[in-house]
Design a protein around this ligand. Structure first.
Ligand code: DOR
Length: 426
């Protein structure tokens, strides 16, 4: 038996936010509440005093890139899962832009089995929508689903052809898979390096207009309505996309969306020093977009937060801006970075925890994202006051491409449990 004693227990799934004990037996939460562990003592009980800490459902990330197979020098499944556990994530969904692409049962099975070997945080593959992410030929989604895929996406690439996207939505609907779109009109963004605006003009870098995202979201919402499929927008970055999603949701469409911590916390101003760590796709946008994203997260137009953890090595990042690969890591810094919004009263602790756990569980139809009695003990413990500096040595990820390197953050994950097993302890 394991007891987490005296923490601030925040469980959005049961509207709980109070100082309480959590009792864990045989991998499951068996009792929760103020004084639930009163009187418990004995040799077979491990008691962890978590007073002053938050006890929350383990986080669930709908969007990570673990570069296995193919680019294990950036990240492999084992290092990625260790980084996830250190960030409080108990489940992650791995994008298919591996080498080769995860567009088959064989690769999906291989990823599932590598994750089982690694243990710890659970991994759910996301299969490709089209073979080789080529945008033309649909994959065998049923096969990948049987092997453990929870959704499909061509992330990194947009499904540009409307007829292919329509068929993909129809096909995915048959197998009840969520379709996550990387919304980018590649013709509009050819050669672009950052958000199109005053700063891109000043820096002399070609701009990626927000409308390149919005035209795809608009088209896809029409197709989602036509097909009735579960449509999800990956890394929403623009104010116009938010408007479109809000309207679609008001009409009851089955659509969902995620936003990254970096689009919530940073703007295109971060690029003024040409820091390649800030080159991401979609790009960091204007203050107006960031404000719209924050408000959309608050009112539920954007359902959840996903890191888009995108490891790259110095080979791809220590170079001139135009040559740098897009992406930044995020698993180990997400919670700490986002806590700033709670301290600034921009979001409640409960909504933040919901956006990182309960909401993504619902979108991917995963169990988890709850601390209800009887559920698996997938739990993160957070010390909201711990200060730490982001250094290469402090990170478990094989890659260090984050603009937060050297920055001091406040708030840190102290323990992560999967099925009641301690998979990370600071
Ligand atoms: O910044 C990004 N990096 N955006 C993507 O869509 C892909 C990702 C990657 O795989 O590195």
């Amino acid at each position: 038996m394991l007891v987490l004693r005296g923490g601030r227990v925040i469980d959005p799934s049961s509207s709980l936010d109070e100082v309480a004990d959590v009792v864990i037996e045989k991998g499951a939460i068996t009792r929760i509440g103020a004084g639930a562990a009163a009187g418990l003592a004995g040799e077979n009980i491990r008691i962890i005093d978590v007073s002053g800490c938050w006890v929350v459902p383990g986080f669930i990330d709908l969007h990570v890139h673990f570069r296995e197979p193919g680019q294990e020098y950036k990240e492999d499944i084992s290092s990625g899962l260790r980084a996830a556990a250190a960030g409080g994530f108990t489940q992650v969904c791995a994008m298919p832009n591996t080498r080769p692409t995860n567009d088959s049962r064989a690769i999906t099975e291989m990823m599932v089995s590598r994750a089982k070997e690694a243990g710890g945080t659970r991994l759910h593959p996301i299969g490709a929508i089209t073979k080789g992410l080529g945008g033309a030929e649909l994959t065998e989604m049923a096969d990948m689903r049987e092997a453990g895929a929870i959704g499909v996406s061509d992330d990194g690439h947009c499904v540009m052809n409307a007829a292919v996207m329509r068929r993909a939505l129809e096909y995915a609907r048959t197998f009840d898979l969520v379709v996550s779109q990387h919304a980018e009109d590649h013709d509009m963004t050819a050669g672009s390096l950052m958000h199109e605006g005053a700063i891109s003009t000043r820096l002399g870098l070609r701009g990626w207009p927000r409308e390149a995202e919005e035209v795809i979201v608009a088209r896809d919402l029409i197709l989602a309505e036509l097909t009735g499929a579960r449509y999800h927008v990956a890394h929403v970055s623009s104010l116009g996309s938010v408007r479109l999603l809000r309207e679609a949701k008001a009409r009851g469409l089955s659509v969902s969306a995620e936003v990254t911590p970096h689009h919530l916390m940073l703007t295109d101003e971060a690029l003024i020093g040409y820091d390649t760590a800030c080159r991401v796709n979609p790009p960091l946008r204007s203050d107006e977009d960031r404000e719209a994203l924050r408000n959309a997260l608050l009112d539920g137009t954007i359902d959840c937060i996903a890191t888009d953890h995108a490891p790259h090595s110095p080979l791809e990042k220590d170079c001139e801006f135009a040559a740098a690969a897009p992406g930044m890591i995020g698993l180990e810094t997400a919670m700490s970075a986002l806590l700033e919004l709670v301290r600034d009263d921009r979001i409640s602790a409960r909504r933040l925890v919901e956006a990182l756990s309960t909401a993504p569980a619902k979108i991917a139809r995963l169990s988890g994202g709850t601390l209800k009695s009887g559920s698996a003990a997938d739990i993160a413990v957070i010390d909201p006051h711990a200060r730490w500096t982001v250094t290469k040595d402090a990170l478990r990820s094989k890659s260090h491409n984050t603009p937060l390197l050297g920055r001091e953050l406040m708030g840190q994950v102290s323990h992560t449990f999967v099925d009641g097993r301690l998979v990370f302890e600071r």
